[in-house]
Design a binder for this molecule. Structure first.
Ligand SMILES: Nc1ncnc2c1ncn2[C@@H]1O[C@H](COP(=O)(O)OP(=O)(O)OP(=O)(O)O)[C@@H](O)[C@H]1O
Ligand SMILES: [Mg+2]
Length: 365
């Protein structure tokens, strides 16, 4: 996957910015608060996902402007494509090769990128919800069926939780609870099975990448964490039956808590370095290396499943990494197109060719 050119208008602090990209490394550098991350954020929207900074669409429009417009010309293995996104205060429209799409989500599957930015350190540092979001986003990008199962699961969870709140007022609701228990177990099993398969692949790739980053000195592992032993060899039916049993067992506790206490919405990823928790014991550099290994692992999985090598968007990736770790990362990604932001380009330019762009007050100088 190669981005040929980018044009950004009225997006964040960028009034009008265009550039033709290099097929290899594109270094976007400049002082703080000049618009470097904004450029990556604009490109990222073409994956069909929301802003990786969790911003609302309206926050993306330049202050005092009515709409933002971004054009991306890119090529996949087969052909060149032109895509446009227009964000106004009411909605976000997208088009691909001149054809209007119903939503930007329809861009999923056309343009693949992997983003690593400082917000992704939450993968290691924060609670389980950041890790579940990482898994769900990665899987939704790859498998539309996962998005359907996840939506079904969330709906069943909302219905069951609503029942749990009212059940003490009306004992007839127990029959309906049986139905929702079954629905919940079915969707949970589909979600858990997909997550287990994904993590099995992710574990293989990220382990190798982390080993390279740490010069084989540290061992990384990632696994699915829930309150029982389960792995990718379980069938969906086994997981369903097991989940149904656990939901029934938890019913009393759930009625008291007025919420569903077990399920994929409570699961987590366990991330270890040398067999101890990266979250509790990892140094800054180790935590950054872990997040990076997961993100580069995500990129390998997209490549394996779709045949397309995702564009790497690396925001401020080098800080906190020593020179050896930086060198490994730069060498590891030299087989794909990269957009890399930093304040001081000398660190990266010593290793990679490509183009560099100085950004100042939302413009490329
Ligand atoms: N909707 C908006 N309209 C105008 N300016 C905005 C908007 N949203 C954000 N900005 C401004 O964009 C500026 C640049 O943001 P960006 O995150 O791209 O900086 P950066 O170059 O990556 O800096 P750093 O090196 O600190 O990461 C910020 O100063 C911010 O105030
Ligand atoms: Mg930035």
């Amino acid at each position: 996957m190669i981005i040929n050119s980018v044009n950004i208008k009225n997006f964040r602090n960028i009034a009008d910015l265009s550039f033709t990209a290099d097929n290899g490394v594109n270094v976007i550098y400049g002082e703080n608060a000049q618009g470097k991350t904004n450029i990556l954020e604009a490109i990222w929207l073409f994956t069909g996902c929301k802003s990786f900074r969790g911003a609302k669409d309206i926050e993306l429009i330049k202050f005092d402007e009515e709409f933002a417009k971004i054009n991306l010309d890119f090529s996949d293995n087969l052909r060149e494509k032109k895509s446009q996104i227009i964000i106004s205060d009411k909605k976000k429209n997208a088009s691909l090769n001149g054809v209007s799409l119903r939503s930007t989500a329809e861009l999923i599957g056309s343009f693949y990128a992997v983003i690593f930015s400082p917000v992704h350190l939450s993968l290691i540092k924060d609670g389980p919800s950041a890790r579940r979001r990482f898994l769900d986003t990665a899987l939704c990008q790859l498998k539309p069926s996962y998005a359907e199962h996840l939506a079904g699961f969330k709906k069943a969870l909302i219905q069951r939780n609503a029942l749990l709140k009212d059940i003490h007022l009306n004992s007839q609701l127990y029959d309906i609870l049986d139905t929702w228990d079954d629905q919940l177990a079915r969707y949970s099993a589909a979600v858990i099975k997909e997550r287990l398969n994904y993590i099995s692949l992710l574990s293989d790739y990220s382990k190798i990448i982390y080993s390279g980053i740490s010069e084989n000195k540290e061992i990384f592992s990632v696994s699915y964490s829930r309150n029982e032993i389960i792995n990718e060899n379980f069938s969906v039916k086994d997981i369903y039956l097991n989940e149904l049993e656990k939901i029934k067992e938890a019913r009393k506790e759930d009625i008291i808590a007025k919420t569903t206490t077990i399920g994929p919405h409570r699961d987590d990823l366990e991330i270890l370095i040398n067999n101890v928790s990266a979250r509790s014991f990892g140094s800054q550099g180790q935590q950054r290396s872990c997040a990076l290994a997961l993100k580069l692992g995500e990129s390998e999985i997209i490549k394996k499943i779709t045949g397309e090598t995702p564009v790497a968007l690396l925001d401020d990736v080098m800080s906190e990494l020593d020179e050896k770790r930086q060198d490994y990362v730069l060498n590891h990604i030299n087989d794909r197109q990269v957009f890399l932001t930093c304040c001081d380009p000398s660190q990266v330019l010593r290793l990679c060719g490509g183009k560099s762009f100085l950004v100042k007050e939302g413009e490329i100088i």
